[in-house]
Design a binder for this molecule. Structure first.
Ligand SMILES: [Zn+2]
Length: 181
């Protein structure tokens, strides 16, 4: 029987990746929704980000540049937005959690900001950002074993609009396999 004395706190990895997935839902980019969380070394959240236009941009609704048919240059990637919001000096030595492997453009910004560890859920862009960061001694880890349980929480949020933590959902106890910080 579960009592208040025996409640196990959610692991920091699940908490932060849940938040990253919810942050991704703020994106209105029809091609891909990316969410990002930057923390300090204690995994306390410094800032959040999602991909899309700047929040003060109420005029640009195009995601593709009509001249090049590529991403509109005014769009921010999730990592860029989170780095801008926190300020790169505050991020020095910290960690970044992102729903997709960073692209090369974001990887160079992550390196410049002094982020020490990168965790991501899904592969993207053939891992060029990951290779770049690894080459420059930034730790990059794909976290694969928590997706199912955090998806359940995010799905519950979608269906009810309530906080994921308002639901009693039986999550598989896979914390033991999480990466060691
Ligand atoms: Zn990027």
């Amino acid at each position: 029987m579960t009592t208040k004395n025996s409640i196990k706190p959610i692991s920091p990895f699940k908490r932060i990746f849940e938040y990253a997935l919810l942050e991704a839902k703020r994106s209105t980019d029809p091609r891909k929704q990316v969410g990002c969380i930057i923390t300090d070394v204690n995994m306390e959240i410094l800032s959040t980000g999602f991909n899309g236009r700047p929040v003060k941009d109420h005029k640009c609704h195009e995601y593709l540049d009509p001249n090049t048919n590529k991403s509109h240059p005014a769009l921010l990637h999730a990592e860029e937005r989170a780095l801008l919001r926190a300020g790169t000096k505050a991020c020095n030595g910290g960690y970044i959690f992102v729903t997709h492997c960073p692209c090369l453009k974001c990887a160079s910004r992550i390196l410049e900001a002094g982020i020490s560890k990168v965790f991501y859920l899904e592969d993207h862009d053939e891992g060029v950002g990951s290779k770049y960061l690894t080459l420059h001694d930034v730790s990059v880890t794909q976290v694969t074993n928590i997706r199912r349980s955090i998806d359940k929480r995010v799905q519950a949020y979608d269906e009810t609009g309530l906080s994921a933590y308002d639901h009693e959902i039986d999550f598989e106890d896979d914390d033991d396999d999480l990466p060691l910080i």
